[in-house]
Write a protein of this length. Structure first.
Length: 199
Protein backbone atom coordinates (compact mmCIF):
# COMPACT_ATOMS: atom_id res chain seq x y z
CA UNK A 1 0.00 0.00 0.00
CA UNK A 2 1.36 3.41 -0.99
CA UNK A 3 0.88 6.23 1.48
CA UNK A 4 -1.02 9.10 -0.12
CA UNK A 5 -0.46 12.45 1.58
CA UNK A 6 -2.38 14.88 -0.64
CA UNK A 7 -5.98 14.67 0.47
CA UNK A 8 -8.76 17.22 -0.10
CA UNK A 9 -6.83 19.69 -2.23
CA UNK A 10 -8.83 22.85 -2.84
CA UNK A 11 -9.83 23.62 -6.40
CA UNK A 12 -10.36 27.18 -7.60
CA UNK A 13 -11.79 29.58 -5.05
CA UNK A 14 -9.35 28.73 -2.28
CA UNK A 15 -8.34 32.41 -2.01
CA UNK A 16 -11.93 33.35 -1.12
CA UNK A 17 -12.18 31.24 2.03
CA UNK A 18 -13.30 32.89 5.23
CA UNK A 19 -10.95 32.53 8.24
CA UNK A 20 -13.04 29.75 9.85
CA UNK A 21 -13.23 27.85 6.53
CA UNK A 22 -9.48 28.14 6.12
CA UNK A 23 -8.97 26.82 9.67
CA UNK A 24 -11.34 23.92 8.98
CA UNK A 25 -9.72 22.80 5.72
CA UNK A 26 -6.23 23.19 7.18
CA UNK A 27 -7.16 20.98 10.16
CA UNK A 28 -8.74 18.41 7.82
CA UNK A 29 -5.67 18.29 5.56
CA UNK A 30 -3.25 18.10 8.50
CA UNK A 31 -5.12 15.17 10.04
CA UNK A 32 -5.36 13.30 6.73
CA UNK A 33 -1.66 13.74 6.05
CA UNK A 34 -1.06 11.19 8.82
CA UNK A 35 -3.20 8.51 7.18
CA UNK A 36 -1.73 5.26 5.94
CA UNK A 37 -4.66 4.08 3.84
CA UNK A 38 -5.30 2.99 0.28
CA UNK A 39 -5.72 5.82 -2.23
CA UNK A 40 -9.12 7.28 -3.13
CA UNK A 41 -9.86 10.45 -5.08
CA UNK A 42 -10.68 13.50 -2.97
CA UNK A 43 -11.15 17.24 -3.39
CA UNK A 44 -12.50 20.32 -1.65
CA UNK A 45 -14.31 23.34 -3.04
CA UNK A 46 -16.30 26.37 -1.98
CA UNK A 47 -19.92 26.05 -3.08
CA UNK A 48 -21.42 29.42 -3.92
CA UNK A 49 -24.95 28.21 -4.66
CA UNK A 50 -28.09 28.88 -2.59
CA UNK A 51 -26.45 28.03 0.76
CA UNK A 52 -22.70 28.80 0.43
CA UNK A 53 -20.47 26.32 2.22
CA UNK A 54 -17.15 24.52 1.96
CA UNK A 55 -17.43 20.97 0.62
CA UNK A 56 -14.90 18.16 1.05
CA UNK A 57 -15.53 14.99 -0.99
CA UNK A 58 -14.08 11.49 -1.08
CA UNK A 59 -14.83 9.12 -3.99
CA UNK A 60 -14.68 5.35 -3.59
CA UNK A 61 -13.91 3.52 -6.86
CA UNK A 62 -13.30 0.09 -8.28
CA UNK A 63 -10.18 0.76 -10.31
CA UNK A 64 -10.23 -2.72 -11.87
CA UNK A 65 -13.68 -2.04 -13.37
CA UNK A 66 -13.05 1.72 -13.78
CA UNK A 67 -16.25 2.79 -12.05
CA UNK A 68 -17.13 5.11 -9.20
CA UNK A 69 -18.91 3.47 -6.27
CA UNK A 70 -20.15 6.66 -4.68
CA UNK A 71 -19.10 9.86 -2.99
CA UNK A 72 -18.98 10.67 0.68
CA UNK A 73 -18.61 14.26 1.74
CA UNK A 74 -19.08 16.99 4.30
CA UNK A 75 -20.64 20.43 4.00
CA UNK A 76 -18.97 22.89 6.40
CA UNK A 77 -20.65 26.16 7.34
CA UNK A 78 -20.30 28.41 10.40
CA UNK A 79 -18.66 25.89 12.73
CA UNK A 80 -20.88 22.96 11.72
CA UNK A 81 -20.12 20.05 9.38
CA UNK A 82 -22.76 17.68 8.05
CA UNK A 83 -21.54 14.60 6.25
CA UNK A 84 -23.12 11.68 4.45
CA UNK A 85 -23.16 9.81 1.18
CA UNK A 86 -23.73 12.56 -1.38
CA UNK A 87 -26.08 12.68 -4.33
CA UNK A 88 -24.08 12.22 -7.52
CA UNK A 89 -23.25 15.23 -9.71
CA UNK A 90 -24.69 17.95 -7.45
CA UNK A 91 -22.84 16.77 -4.30
CA UNK A 92 -25.87 17.51 -2.15
CA UNK A 93 -26.59 15.85 1.19
CA UNK A 94 -29.53 13.42 1.10
CA UNK A 95 -32.95 14.66 2.19
CA UNK A 96 -32.94 12.13 5.04
CA UNK A 97 -29.71 11.15 6.85
CA UNK A 98 -28.42 7.66 6.05
CA UNK A 99 -26.57 5.33 8.46
CA UNK A 100 -23.35 7.03 7.28
CA UNK A 101 -24.43 10.50 8.48
CA UNK A 102 -22.16 12.83 10.47
CA UNK A 103 -23.19 16.05 12.22
CA UNK A 104 -20.57 17.86 14.32
CA UNK A 105 -20.17 21.40 15.60
CA UNK A 106 -17.43 23.29 17.39
CA UNK A 107 -14.34 25.31 16.66
CA UNK A 108 -13.12 24.81 13.06
CA UNK A 109 -9.97 22.91 14.05
CA UNK A 110 -11.96 20.40 16.11
CA UNK A 111 -14.61 19.95 13.41
CA UNK A 112 -11.91 19.42 10.77
CA UNK A 113 -10.26 16.72 12.88
CA UNK A 114 -13.59 14.95 13.50
CA UNK A 115 -14.39 15.01 9.79
CA UNK A 116 -10.97 13.50 9.04
CA UNK A 117 -11.71 10.66 11.48
CA UNK A 118 -15.08 10.09 9.78
CA UNK A 119 -13.49 9.96 6.33
CA UNK A 120 -10.78 7.59 7.58
CA UNK A 121 -13.40 5.22 8.98
CA UNK A 122 -15.01 5.05 5.54
CA UNK A 123 -11.67 4.45 3.82
CA UNK A 124 -10.77 1.62 6.18
CA UNK A 125 -14.02 -0.30 5.64
CA UNK A 126 -13.53 -3.33 3.37
CA UNK A 127 -15.33 -3.21 0.01
CA UNK A 128 -16.22 -6.34 -1.98
CA UNK A 129 -17.54 -6.93 -5.48
CA UNK A 130 -20.01 -9.77 -6.00
CA UNK A 131 -21.25 -11.22 -9.30
CA UNK A 132 -24.13 -13.52 -10.16
CA UNK A 133 -24.03 -15.60 -13.35
CA UNK A 134 -26.83 -17.68 -14.82
CA UNK A 135 -26.12 -21.33 -13.95
CA UNK A 136 -27.20 -22.55 -17.43
CA UNK A 137 -25.70 -20.10 -19.93
CA UNK A 138 -23.10 -18.44 -17.68
CA UNK A 139 -24.03 -14.86 -18.54
CA UNK A 140 -23.51 -12.19 -15.90
CA UNK A 141 -26.87 -10.85 -14.74
CA UNK A 142 -26.19 -9.03 -11.47
CA UNK A 143 -23.34 -7.24 -9.72
CA UNK A 144 -23.04 -5.50 -6.37
CA UNK A 145 -20.32 -3.55 -4.60
CA UNK A 146 -20.77 -3.59 -0.83
CA UNK A 147 -19.12 -2.71 2.42
CA UNK A 148 -18.14 -6.22 3.52
CA UNK A 149 -18.54 -5.45 7.24
CA UNK A 150 -22.16 -4.30 7.03
CA UNK A 151 -23.52 -5.41 3.66
CA UNK A 152 -24.45 -1.82 2.76
CA UNK A 153 -24.64 -1.64 -1.04
CA UNK A 154 -22.56 1.07 -2.71
CA UNK A 155 -23.45 0.27 -6.32
CA UNK A 156 -25.31 -2.46 -8.18
CA UNK A 157 -26.68 -3.55 -11.53
CA UNK A 158 -29.22 -6.10 -12.72
CA UNK A 159 -29.81 -7.37 -16.27
CA UNK A 160 -33.31 -8.84 -16.52
CA UNK A 161 -32.64 -10.30 -19.97
CA UNK A 162 -29.75 -12.45 -18.69
CA UNK A 163 -31.31 -13.31 -15.30
CA UNK A 164 -32.97 -16.63 -14.44
CA UNK A 165 -36.50 -16.93 -15.75
CA UNK A 166 -39.19 -15.33 -13.56
CA UNK A 167 -36.60 -14.06 -11.04
CA UNK A 168 -37.32 -10.41 -11.85
CA UNK A 169 -41.04 -10.91 -11.24
CA UNK A 170 -40.36 -12.59 -7.89
CA UNK A 171 -38.04 -9.78 -6.77
CA UNK A 172 -40.59 -7.11 -7.68
CA UNK A 173 -43.40 -9.03 -5.96
CA UNK A 174 -41.33 -9.22 -2.76
CA UNK A 175 -40.52 -5.50 -2.85
CA UNK A 176 -36.89 -5.62 -4.00
CA UNK A 177 -37.36 -2.74 -6.40
CA UNK A 178 -36.55 0.96 -6.11
CA UNK A 179 -37.56 4.07 -8.02
CA UNK A 180 -38.37 3.45 -11.66
CA UNK A 181 -38.08 -0.31 -11.56
CA UNK A 182 -34.47 -0.65 -10.36
CA UNK A 183 -34.09 -4.20 -9.11
CA UNK A 184 -32.27 -4.51 -5.79
CA UNK A 185 -29.77 -7.39 -5.79
CA UNK A 186 -30.17 -7.94 -2.04
CA UNK A 187 -33.30 -9.92 -2.90
CA UNK A 188 -31.36 -12.57 -4.84
CA UNK A 189 -31.32 -15.74 -2.77
CA UNK A 190 -28.64 -17.58 -4.75
CA UNK A 191 -25.09 -17.14 -3.44
CA UNK A 192 -22.79 -15.05 -5.66
CA UNK A 193 -20.97 -16.86 -8.46
CA UNK A 194 -17.85 -14.90 -7.61
CA UNK A 195 -16.54 -12.40 -5.08
CA UNK A 196 -13.36 -10.31 -4.85
CA UNK A 197 -11.96 -7.72 -2.48
CA UNK A 198 -11.97 -4.23 -4.00
CA UNK A 199 -10.26 -2.40 -1.13
Amino acid sequence: MTKWTRWFDLDEGGDELRPDEHAFITALQQATAQWDVEYAASWASRDEEEHPCLIAVLTLSDFAKKISLGEFGVHYRDGRAQGDRLHSCLHELPDEPTPFALDVSGIPEQVGAECAAWFETILRRPVIHQQWRHKDHGRLYAEAWKFADSGDVLSQSYDSAAAPRRQRRRLIRKGFVFGRGWIQVEGIKDPPSGERRVR
